[in-house]
Ligand binder design. Structure first.
Ligand code: MSP
Length: 652
């Protein structure tokens, strides 16, 4: 993989809209970026890590108006909130870009001009359904019902205006070839087909300027000189925003020249903005004749108790509050461990507490405490053994450790942070297990001091290697663990202990305070939830259509993951899904949910499937099961397990 061969490493987060306070979703994206950047530094790479804020567009202009502020005043304030939060969180970004910065404006205008001069931009008339909230246009076929945005469900506005267009349609074939030749470009891999299908369905030229509002980047002066009418155009916010990845490196502006960092190794994004990056951005870069990024990695969404977080519902999780209550590393560990990359995750204080108490406190914290306790008690913190004997007596364990360490880089390349952490945790089980097996407290009584010293030095080496690998994830805690052995999380140590399997036969330990104290109760007050009315009455309820248990046992309901989803052109209601139920092949299921879900939003979702329904043909297509959903006057929602379950798990 090129990301490994080159010594420069460029990673970006999305730039955040400044119409909101930073929430856990934003923190998640930024923490993933920070972790990957730290990991690359640990491997000795020269890293450039970029984050920032996306400050133009009609939505922001409107938010400022509502607050009675000028757009600039408004964006200055909110951008500062983001920057301050990342500083408080110790995010290791190298540059914080704002799309209102002069150098960025220059780059965006130059890029526009270059694409124009190449013949990829032309003037036309636009008519389309525009969602202000998502800053996106949709065709009428993409809308939900008559007029609703397929991404956020809000009402769209029909717009007709003079507009410049980017010839996206001309790039369809080149894009498809690019995806074909770069199978790892889109991560996780299950999202790849979604993008490919979107492109295969046909790309329309993209409207890239607006004339109905002002808060945006003006067209380049040359074009305004050519035609004064052009002065009323501002750039489409997504074109402006995507170009930030070039501005920060000094493309077409006077900023320090860091163009040798291009092309980006990773653009980390949420699944909702994958299309903009994997399609539009790539086409813009092709038009600019620039090299293309190595990976676009799209994570899933965080919900709160299963519901989308939104200000109006009042269920937005504030990452600052969570970190103040539970600690930064605990929060980082939780978000990086709790969900497989690409899947949605549900935030609750209970699951956060469980992770802290069981993984961090019990498995890791205890192992370190036991090592510290026994080293102090039996050896006054100074231990030494014969290296060859250590290797010989623990050869099986060391080869297990080395195997795990070897697997880690691949997980990181695929941004599978949860798998990476799971693997490291097998080492803590190994360490704790071996203490239980050897019972060193008895060995000491039998005078087998040498054997105990060897065990403790084995554990010390295990912890050194693990802490080095953990340092990008939980930087402060990993530093503390390493400080016990007088070491630092530096790339030369990573090379020595992780890549080259180095071992210390002699250690001098220095005690540190307990790292992960147990959390007994939730630490943040939960917002009021409505008490369900629960009348106690002896009146029996009337059960409609009663069935016997035996009837119920005939039903097989299983958990499955939706691998792909597409529309059935002939049907107004049905979507065609491929669902992995842990069987030899995926099942094809036709579900009447087209009015409620876009195909894109379903991919990667876990659902409950009636699995032993007799297969049937609907509109000429086979359907091999039924997806369960709940319906009320507000609409239809798919039933999904609260935590991720193995595909094929039975529901009873
Ligand atoms: N400004 C654009 C990005 C332009 S990048 C050239 C934007 N901004 S955003 O503030 O709306 O979203 C930024 C990131 O936060 C996206 O990656 C989005 O997926 C992520 N999240 C926003 N809410 C989220 C959750 N509830 N959960 C996880 N991440 C989500 O889009």
């Amino acid at each position: 993989m090129e990301a490994v061969l080159s010594s420069k490493f460029y990673i970006t987060s999305p730039i955040y809209y400044v119409n909101d306070i930073p929430h856990i979703g934003h923190a998640y994206t930024t923490i993933i970026v920070d972790t990957l950047a730290r990991f690359a530094r640990l491997k000795g790479k020269e890293v450039y890590c970029l984050t920032g804020t996306d400050e133009h567009g009609q939505k922001i202009e409107q938010s400022a108006q509502k607050k009675g502020k000028s757009p600039k005043e408004y964006v200055d304030e909110i951008s500062r909130n983001f920057k301050n939060l990342w500083d408080e969180f110790g995010i290791s970004y190298d540059h914080f870009i704002r799309t209102t910065d002069d150098y960025h404006i220059k780059t965006a205008q130059m890029a526009f001009l270059k694409m124009f001069e190449k013949g990829d931009i032309y003037k036309g008339k636009y008519e389309g359904h525009y969602c202000i909230s998502c800053e996106s246009f949709f065709t009428k076929f993409q809308l939900i019902g008559e007029n609703y945005c397929p991404d956020c469900g809000k009402e769209t506005t029909l717009l007709q205006e003079e507009s410049y267009f980017f010839r996206l349609s001309a790039y369809q074939e080149r894009l498809l070839k690019f995806y074909e030749h770069n199978p790892n470009f889109i991560l996780p891999k299950f999202r790849r087909n979604e993008v490919i299908n979107f492109v295969k369905d046909g790309l329309e030229d993209l409207s890239i300027t607006r004339t109905t509002f002002d808060w945006g980047i003006k067209l380049p002066q040359n074009l305004i000189h050519q035609d004064h009418n052009n002065a009323k155009h501002v750039m489409y916010v997504w074109l402006d925003a995507l170009i930030n990845y070039l501005s920060a490196l000094g493309f077409y502006n006077d900023l320090e020249d860091r163009r040798d960092f291009w092309a980006a190794n990773y653009h980390i994004v949420g699944k909702d903005i994958l299309r903009f990056h994997a399609i539009y951005w790539i086409a813009f870069l092709m038009s600019l004749d620039l090299p293309l990024p190595h990976h676009i990695a799209a994570h899933g969404w965080w919900t709160k108790e299963g519901a989308k977080m939104s200000k109006s519902v009042g269920n937005v999780v504030n990452p600052k509050e969570v970190v103040e209550a539970y600690g930064l590393d605990c929060f980082r560990y939780f978000v990086l461990r709790e969900v497989p990359f690409g899947q949605d995750g549900d935030f609750s204080q209970k699951s956060l507490m469980e992770r802290i108490n069981s993984d961090l406190s019990n498995d890791l914290g205890n192992l370190l405490n036991r090592l510290l306790g026994m080293s102090a008690k039996y050896f006054n913190n100074a231990l030494q053994v014969d290296l060859e004997n250590l290797k010989k007596h623990y050869s099986t364990e060391f080869s297990q450790i080395n195997k795990v360490l070897k697997s880690l880089e691949t997980y990181m390349e695929e941004v599978q942070t949860n798998r990476y952490l799971e693997e490291i945790w097998t080492l803590f089980s190994l360490g704790n297990g071996i203490i239980a097996k050897k019972e060193p407290w008895n060995l000491i009584k039998e005078g087998k001091n040498e054997e105990v010293a060897e065990l403790l030095i084995f554990l010390a080496n295990l912890l050194i290697k693990s802490a080095l690998c953990l340092s990008p994830f939980i930087p402060k805690s990993a530093e503390s663990i390493l400080s016990v052995f007088g070491l630092k999380a530096e790339s030369r140590n990573y090379k020595k202990f992780v890549l080259e399997n180095g071992l210390l036969p002699q250690i001098q330990l220095c005690a540190i305070p307990a790292l992960f104290p147990k959390v007994e109760n939730i630490l943040l007050e939960e917002k009021e939830t409505k008490n369900s009315q629960n009348p106690t009455t002896n009146t029996p309820l009337e059960i409609t259509n009663p069935i016997l248990k035996e009837d119920f046992f005939k039903i097989e309901i299983k958990v499955g993951t939706i691998l792909s989803a597409e529309e059935l052109p002939k049907s107004e209601k049905l979507l065609k899904l491929q669902v992995d139920l842990g069987e030899a092949r995926a099942r094809q299921i036709l579900a009447g949910i087209k009015a409620h879900y876009t195909p894109q939003s379903l991919i990667g979702k876990q659902v409950c499937v009636l699995a032993n329904l007799k297969p049937a043909k609907l509109m000429g297509e086979l359907s091999e099961g039924m997806i369960l959903a709940a319906k009320d006057e507000k609409g239809l929602t798919l039933i999904t397990p609260q935590n991720l379950k193995k595909n094929g798990s039975s529901i009873s």
